[in-house]
Structures are given as C-alpha cells and as structure tokens.
Design a protein around this ligand. Structure first.
Ligand code: SAH
Ligand code: F3S
Length: 462
C-alpha cells in the first residue's frame, strides 16, 4: 500500500518540488516507483501557467480515477500550481480526489498520506478529500531534501513566489508572495550535494536576481544574488553554476560582471523577453524596454563573447498587432537566441489580462509561433554547426536514451552532447571533439588525455 508514483507537469521548480516530496516520502517508508501501473498512490504535481497544462492534468486525473471502480484503495492526489489555482472547486469536478495539496504544503504530503492510509484501515466511511491550500510562513525552506542517489546536476530552490504583476501571469497567485531562503541554508544544501557527487547546480526562483532584495544588504555594490553566486563558487566539488530565471529588471552590472569573474558560472542565461514591442511590454506591465534588454545582452556579450542566450516569448497576447509582432520577430532574430520557449497567449482567469479580449485569432498565434520557431531553429543550428571540429568541455550526465555505449552530457553553453563513453565518466568533465551537429544536439568523440589534439580518436573509452 505504499508504492507512490509522482507525475510532474511544467517547469523546473515543479521538478524540484516533486523530487523533494519523493525524498520526504522515502524517508517516511514509502517507495517511489517509475510508473502509475505499479503504484498504490498517484500524485500529479501540476502546472497552471497555460490552460493546456491544466487540461492535461485534469484529463489524466479523470482517467486515473476510473481505477477506483476496481481498486477502491487506490489513492489519487493533485499537488502544486493547479491545486492552488483552482482550489476546492477541483474537488467538485473530480470528486474521486483523495488529496489536494497547495504550493506551500508539499512538505505535508507524507503526513497527509499517513493519515489517509490510517483512516482507510479503520472501519469508518471513506474520508472526504484532504485539502491543504493555506499559505505557510517559512515554507520556502521546506524544499531542501534530495534523494540518496547521486545527481550529477541538481536543482536548488533559493526562493519562492513572485511579487510582480505581469498582466498575463497566474504565478503570483499560485506561488504566493516572494520569499527567500537563507543564504547559509542554500550553501549548506549545495555542500551536501557536492559531497554526494553533484558537479553542477542550477539555482531556481521566479526572479532569481531579486533574491534577498527586500531583506539582505548589498555588499561592495553586489546584490544578495551575486553574493550568493560567489558563495556557491567557493563550494569544493561544484564545477558548474547555472540559474533560472533572472528578470531583465534588476539585471545589474554586478551580475553581468559575475560572468567575467566567477569561473564556475556557465556562459548561458535564460532571460525572458516576452515581447519585442515596448507597447506590448507596457501592456503586460513588464517594467523594461526592448532597448534595455538589448543593452543587457550587449553587456553580457562584452564580458563573455561565447555566452549562450535563451528566452521566453508570448505571441498573440491581447492587442498584439502585426506591427508589434514584427518588432518581436526583428529583436528575436537580431539577438540570435540559442534556445527559446515560445508560448501562445492563454488567458488565465484571475489575471488582469483575462479582462481584456483575447483578440488574436488562434491561427494568427500559430503562424507567429511558427515564425519564431523557424528563426530559433536557424540560430540554434548555426550555433551547433559552429561547434563542429572544436573540442567542448562536457559534463557527463549518464547513458543516452538511444544507442549502445552512448552517453550524454552538456557543454558550458548547455547544449546536449552525445558521444561514445563509459559509465566511469559519469560526473566527470571530459573533452569531446564535436563531429556532427543538428538543430538541437551535437555529437562527438572523446579526446583522450595526452593524445594529440588534432586527430579525433575512435573507441576512446570502452
Ligand atoms: N518568472 C518565471 C516565469 C514563469 S511562467 C520565469 O522567469 O521563469 C514561464 C513563462 O510562461 C513566462 O515567462 C511566459 O513566457 C509564459 N507564460 C506565463 N503566463 C502565460 C500565459 N497566460 N499565456 C502564455 N504564456 C504564458
Ligand atoms: Fe509571472 Fe511576471 Fe512573476 S511572468 S512569475 S508575474 S515576473
């Protein structure tokens, strides 16, 4: 009765939250399984950013609930952003739900499951859905456990919530107000990870460069976030540092300069632009201009010419004209992003944008989406082609999904590299000569230590 499967929708924060729940459950004697079919308990950790994400999770819940007809002991729960967003109304549509857990209550899941199982063993009627969607002071410190198994690359949550008011965005509602973890606790978590073999950490938050802003002092002109990066840089065993996401507002000089002086900070930034039209940015209540965005990009490229850039764009937000989109297209093309997440605007009830008419027809959204995806493919391909013939430092993550003896890792620019490797290389940073490129990955061969750099060596490992 204690096999749990957690299915995660959405972003890296959700992945991190699920991992923390899994770890807490294991500590409590539950076992985590790889598929819903082997599980006595299925928990869906959900996303609310777009309607599509919610519909997926609702559809999945409906299908899973059918199992209750033949297996009344089966337990089904919804956690995270959709639980928080829709609240108890979800129980009306999905009466078979046993658990509904909000974004500040992940740490309570083991106890809630225990209670549920306890009452199942008793003779009483089936308990009503257990619901906990409250806010909780200090909950930002509860996402800290990791499993016992080694993670070469690990996520570390440094803060929760968001205080911005982007008109389209449901996140401030689902994740609550901005709260920071203490720097000491974060660094301690990173040290523990390093001791278990982690080589790369990605610091997570809705706006990481806001970290500590309202509570911690600037020191020598450095923001709390830059100070945190410096402290993580000092942790032995950690070789690479990444973070997601910063906000263009508050992307100050000290953070740009960190790319010049922190060798572990990888040359890759995910910096959400959303739109290339100042008019649309204003309507979105995004407090920066396209000019300022360009300036940040120029500064970053001046400090790290090899820096890779990624972004988020929304196409078809209320009132976006052909001329607005043309500006987005132009900035998008000119900046030459290596990676991008392009979203078709989806009205979220409860946001300010939802009061405006969703007036861009779906086929226009599709066309704009495709235009940007084509540009992205071109730039991504160009970047990958430029790697061919060169040697990339690759942090080896594990066996590739396809191809015997093939391993995957990432280069500093976060590009996936596939090459013939060996299990002992997992967790190592190895030189790989790139021989082939496609739009999304590159392939290559290990360069043997001591071998002449010029000649690629075959069957380097085995
Ligand atoms: N602060 C977070 C943003 C979380 S939402 C971060 O910077 O990573 C992730 C992305 O989803 C946003 O950047 C935005 O591009 C997209 N998004 C948010 N609300 C949306 C909506 N209503 N419709 C379409 N895309 C949306
Ligand atoms: Fe959403 Fe804007 Fe915050 S995109 S997460 S409200 S910065």
């Amino acid at each position: 009765m204690n096999r749990v499967y957690i299915k995660t929708y959405g972003c890296q924060m959700n992945e991190r939250d699920s991992a923390a729940v899994a770890s807490k459950l294991r500590a409590r004697g539950y076992s985590l399984v790889e598929s819903e079919h082997e599980a006595d308990v299925v928990l869906l950790n959900t996303c609310a950013v777009r309607d599509q994400a919610e519909q997926k999770a609702i559809g999945k819940t409906g299908r899973l609930a059918k199992r209750k007809r033949t297996d009344p002991d089966f337990i089904l729960g919804i956690m995270g952003c959709m639980a928080q967003n829709r609240g108890e109304a979800l129980v009306d549509t999905l009466p078979d739900l046993d658990l509904l857990v909000g974004t500040q209550k992940f740490h309570r899941v083991p106890e809630m499951l225990d209670n549920l199982l306890e009452s199942r063993r008793g003779l009483g009627p089936r308990p009503a859905t257990l619901v906990d969607l409250e806010t909780e002071a200090g909950s930002e410190e509860t996402i800290r456990e990791h499993g016992e198994e080694r993670q070469v690359s690990a996520f570390v949550s440094i803060m929760q919530g968001c205080n911005m008011h982007c008109t389209f965005c449901i996140v401030p509602k689902t994740r609550g107000a901005e709260r920071y973890r203490s720097m000491d606790n974060i660094v301690e978590e990173v040290r523990e990870l390093a001791a278990k073999g982690t080589r790369e950490v990605t610091l997570l938050g809705q706006i990481v460069n806001n970290y500590g802003m309202r509570q911690m002092p600037f020191v020598d002109g450095k923001s709390p976030f830059t100070q945190l990066l410096e402290r993580v840089q000092e942790v032995d065993g950690i070789e690479r540092i990444r973070f997601t996401s910063p906000h263009p507002r508050g992307f100050q000089r000290d953070l740009v300069e960190a790319y010049g002086c922190l060798p572990k900070l990888m040359p890759y930034v995910h910096l959400p632009l959303q739109s290339g039209s100042d008019r649309v940015l204003r309507a979105m209540r995004r407090p920066y201009t396209v000019r300022r965005f360009r300036e940040i990009v120029e500064q970053l490229r001046a400090v790290r010419p090899d820096i890779c850039l990624s972004t988020d764009i929304i196409v078809g937000s209320p009132g976006e004209t052909e001329a607005d989109f043309e500006q987005t297209r132009a900035v998008f093309d000119e900046t030459g992003f290596d990676m991008a997440f392009i979203f078709k605007y989806s009205p979220r009830s409860g946001t300010t944008a939802a009061d405006m008419e969703d007036d861009v027809p779906d086929d226009v959204k599709d066309a704009r989406n495709k235009t940007l995806l084509d540009i992205l493919a071109r730039h991504s391909r160009r970047r990958n082609d430029s790697l061919v013939g060169g040697v990339e430092e690759v942090l080896v993550e594990g066996p590739a999904r396809k191809g015997e003896g093939m391993f995957t890792g990432r280069n500093p620019g976060n590009r996936k590299v596939i090459f013939p490797g060996a299990p002992r290389l997992v967790g190592e940073i190895v030189p790989v000569r790139i021989t082939e490129s496609s739009v999304s990955v590159v392939r290559g061969e290990l360069v043997l230590a001591g071998a002449e750099a010029a000649a690629p060596l075959h069957a380097a490992t085995a």
